[in-house]
Design a protein around this ligand. Structure first.
Ligand SMILES: [Mg+2]
Length: 396
């Protein structure tokens, strides 16, 4: 089998990759909704993979894997990798999870990082109200993640929480020391959320990046009695093109609160210091950023050897990204907690993708399906009206 074309269109805000072959089998991959601009970058890889056998996934990846980087520049390679596995599974007549070693669970736990309700403010009562809405959502999530500190508008909206000036806009542009009031405010907001969730639903907190080490340690220690699931991205993280594992290690070793990072990290090599140095307790690579689903599987196994847990990122990965998360999560070792459940947006995404269960999430789990490849398709007729001008040949 040979690759004949690499196509890309943008459906809503998610770039979608389609790889075609000379045997009529095609494969799909998807990029996060926040990266609508990546189409030219995806098409850059076309000449590298045309003529290759897509079922030899690793041999194709060796041609392009080095030509990517940390978020957002690993997304294109990651989406291509998914599409290759989709083809390989269809060619073999088995779900992708079989090709990754087989499933170890029939249903995969997900956590809420994308079913959101607008914040009414950034005071403890606003967090309590918002958390109550999420707790009541029909997916019955067993873990809810909320943004606080630098991973929210809290520090911009409530005066006096940091020393130094904060920049508005951009993707996580701020780093600053917290005032005592700032630290107390964040702790009060977390307490308010825990009050709502009790011990029925786990609370994870996306915190940054942007924290200074002493503040990170003080927060983590203060929250110890609350048993939060994890504190995410305090030092580096979303859109940070480096890791700083030694700094994470200082925070992690100072507290019993689990410390989490890794959503922006590209490739196993860049997880090495975090994992071998036991620098965090939980890692959260995203199959749409790390370099694909087999890369995520490899890192999960290596993390398990070092006593580190897995909670893969996925909030913007869309419904094809969801399929990739389900396939790989089915194969992960027992260090797997849950992946961050992505939603389809706009709503019409649910009309154009076939193969998903309905409802998708039941009591915080997704049942693993058994169709060949990733097991989801774009319905050509239903998708047609949403193809951007110039991409009418996407299904050719
Ligand atoms: Mg995050």
């Amino acid at each position: 089998m040979k690759i004949t074309d690499l196509k890309c269109t943008v459906l809503g805000r998610n770039p979608v990759v389609r790889i075609t072959t000379d045997e009529g089998i095609s494969g799909l991959g998807e990029v996060e909704a926040s990266k609508s601009y990546l189409k030219p970058h995806i098409l850059f890889y076309k000449d590298f993979i045309i003529g290759e056998d897509p079922t030899d996934v690793e041999r194709v990846m060796l041609k392009i894997r080095r030509l990517g980087s940390f978020k957002p520049w690993g997304s294109a390679v990651s989406a291509i990798e998914m599409a290759l596995w989709d083809i390989a599974g269809k060619a073999a007549g088995v779900p992708v999870y079989k090709l990754l070693g087989g499933k170890v669970r029939d249903r995969v736990r997900v956590y809420n990082g994308a079913v959101r309700f607008p914040m009414t403010g950034y005071l403890p009562e606003d967090y309590a109200e918002n958390t109550a809405k999420m707790k009541a959502s029909p997916e019955n999530f067993s873990i809810i993640k909320q943004g606080i500190g630098f991973h929210s508008q809290m520090l911009n909206r409530v005066p006096g929480l940091t020393y130094g000036d904060l920049r508005g806009g951009g993707l996580r542009p701020n780093r600053a020391p917290l005032t005592e009031r700032g630290l107390k405010h964040i702790i009060a907001c977390v307490e308010a959320m825990k009050e709502v969730l009790g011990d029925e639903v786990g609370l994870a907190l996306d915190c940054g990046p942007g924290w200074m080490v002493p503040d990170a340690i003080r927060l983590a220690k203060a929250l110890e009695p609350l048993n939060v699931m994890w504190l995410e991205d305090m030092i580096t993280g979303d859109y940070t093109p480096y890791v700083m594992a030694d700094v994470y290690r200082e925070v992690t070793q100072s507290t019993s609160t689990p410390i989490h990072t890794g959503e922006q990290i590209y490739l196993r090599q860049n997880f090495r210091e975090l994992i071998e140095g036991h620098a965090v307790n939980v890692i959260g690579p995203d199959p749409c950023d790390i370099g694909g689903i087999a890369e995520l599987k490899w890192v999960a196994e290596y993390a398990d050897l070092h006593g580190i847990l897995m909670a893969p990122h996925g909030t913007g990965d869309g419904l094809i990204g969801l399929a990739a998360l389900v396939q790989v999560a089915a194969t992960l070792p027992p260090n797997y907690i849950a992946f961050e459940y992505p939603v389809g947006a706009p709503e019409w995404w649910y009309d154009i993708v076939t193969g998903l269960p309905d409802p998708i999430v039941v009591d915080s789990f997704v049942e693993v399906w058994d169709r060949p490849g990733m097991g989801v398709e774009l319905d050509e007729d239903a998708t047609g009206p949403y193809l951007p001008e110039g991409d009418e040949d996407f299904f050719d």
